[in-house]
Design a binder for this molecule. Structure first.
Ligand code: TYC
Length: 103
């Protein structure tokens, strides 16, 4: 096809084929009751982060109210958020993870 002129802007044909899935952030929400060590243990078990990373994520949520834990495809993000929230609930804590689409 011609590339100049007044027609619709041409985009590479590959765009449709290479479209990547929308990604979702998993967000840790602070609360006043869940013990710090419990939050870190859940982060390690569900999100496979190191002790050090878990502690940093927990403290960021503790100080700022929320912290992005990781980014996944929608199904994985929702499953992990539910697993983390359920781990808190099972132990009697209001620990909460939410998901949010990336820009
Ligand atoms: N704020 C809690 C405390 O002082 C610890 C905590 C941190 C809880 C992060 C939840 O997402 C959270 N025991």
């Amino acid at each position: 096809r011609p590339t100049g002129g007044s027609g619709p802007a041409l985009r590479p044909k590959t765009r449709r084929k290479t479209q990547r899935p929308r990604l979702f952030k998993v967000i840790l929400v602070n609360d006043d009751f869940t013990p710090r060590d419990f939050v870190v243990a859940v982060l390690k078990a569900v999100f496979r982060v190191s002790e050090d990373q878990g502690r940093r994520i927990m403290m960021t949520a503790h100080r700022r109210g929320v912290c992005v834990v990781a980014v996944y495809t929608r199904d994985v993000a929702e499953t992990k958020a539910t697993e983390g929230t359920e781990a808190g609930r099972a132990a009697g804590y209001p620990l909460m993870f939410t998901t949010e689409p990336e820009e």
